[in-house]
Design a protein around this ligand. Sequence first.
Ligand code: ADP
Ligand code: MG
Length: 264
Amino acid sequence: MTDIVTETNNGAALSVRNLVKQYANADRRVLDDVSFDVPKGRVLVVVGPSGSGKSTLLRTIAGLEPIQGGQIALNGTVIETGKPGSEKAGRSARSSELRTHIGMVFQSYDLFPNKTVLGNIMMAPLLVQKRDKAEVEREALELLGKVGLADRKDAWPHELSGGQRQRIAICRALILHPEVLLFDEITAALDPEMVREVLDVVIGLARSGQTMVIVTHEMRFARAIADEIILLEDGHIVEHSTDPERFFIEPETERAQQFLRTFE
Ligand code: ADP
Ligand code: MG
């Protein structure tokens, strides 16, 4: 079974093959036969109307939801295989060690309110990865510097703006050194003046070679950052473009043209 992915992934960091997702007590598939590769160091942007399955796709890749068909592989190794009838399982059977290889930042990432900024960032590497405390603190401070928040290391989450909280959430994901980082509309809940500071951090990550899958409604950002772009609708890939510039100027499908017009 492993061969299905390793034969076809061409050295991709992340391979999704024929993914099927159905929620318990639902009569239709939310994701149906979704396949794509993300090469190491590249950025895949996923766009699509509300309800098309974007968040579900990221959640299955992150191992937060079991899948009912298909496979997910990381660097050619299958980490998840779909099992028909697994709808009711709380989350996938992936080990907690494997989980740390894929990071995810959500639309409203609630930091732990009873921990400082530093405490939030240091928690998973200390508890899950059992890393050395001094080393983890050093790295946390370095990451805070990179997102422009070194001076807020002792602040409490409630003292931060939404944009600052999202930048901390990104640090919290980065300190685990994920092979792939998933972003689900991370600026959607922010006031407009804070969107830029968060997107700039993501653009910096792309330049540094971080492999990412990004779901966003910010089309200008998508155009600027995407190496490849997927339009999802009703759980199907409607268009997959390896030329994002072209996708935004003259998409191939009528559906993509319609979708893009809603942003004009
Ligand atoms: P998007 O992120 O593109 O808006 P979602 O992945 O959130 O789409 O949702 C895709 C579909 O799956 C929608 O029809 C939604 O109602 C349904 N859905 C999402 N989460 C659940 C759930 N936990 N249980 C049942 N249905 C769900
Ligand atoms: Mg969503």
